[in-house]
Design a protein around this ligand. Structure first.
Ligand SMILES: [Zn+2]
Ligand SMILES: [Zn+2]
Length: 182
């Protein structure tokens, strides 16, 4: 392999991964929340079903422990990635490394998102931004799932701590009367 070919392949890997990170943020923000919030939207499975299930289960989503063939938030996310990868597959004829990297990154997203709702404690510790997206005060922040880079860059990363976590860090809040007396 000559240098030009090597650089082309490294460029394709960077572009494929970069596209996946950008899509993760954009699709989540634009399609799943902005459009998905509207009643009857074909993207409603994320905002109305997935978010509600996670709040109810305290971080998990029972659908994510089920089958990928089920017509729910879990199955639709999986098939969405498969259909998108198939539709753009002709790109592989020109830029094979780019296409493979983007598809592997999409698969990585799906595996990470699945684990985060099968094992909520793992999500709370290792995927804090996604925990904050679901469990925090404002679900219209923290759009990244596999990483928080774009949210940090664009100012949409909003860290959040539960009351218990705040108390563990600062000690329990004292009642106003006790504060005045001291
Ligand atoms: Zn969401
Ligand atoms: Zn989620």
């Amino acid at each position: 392999m000559d240098l030009a070919e090597l650089l082309s392949q490294l460029g394709q890997i960077a572009a494929g991964y970069g596209l996946a990170v950008a899509l993760e943020w954009t699709v989540h923000n634009l399609f799943f929340h902005r459009l998905g919030k509207k009643k009857g939207s074909i993207f409603g499975f994320h905002y109305h079903d997935h978010h509600r299930a996670v709040r109810r289960a305290g971080g998990g989503d029972p659908a994510f422990a089920g089958s990928r063939l089920a017509w729910n938030g879990y199955g639709r996310e999986f098939w969405g990635i498969v259909v998108a990868a198939t539709l753009v597959s002709p790109v592989a004829l020109v830029l094979p490394v780019f296409w493979v990297t983007a598809v592997l990154s999409g698969w990585h997203y799906h595996v990470v998102h699945t684990r985060s709702h099968q094992d909520p404690e793992w999500c709370r510790v290792h995927l804090r931004w996604h925990w904050d997206h679901h469990m925090g005060k404002d679900p219209d922040t923290n759009w990244g799932v596999t990483n928080q880079w774009l949210d940090r860059l664009l100012g949409t990363r909003q860290a959040w701590l539960s009351k218990e976590e705040r108390e563990a860090l600062e000690g329990p809040a004292r009642p106003a009367a006790a504060r005045q007396a001291s």
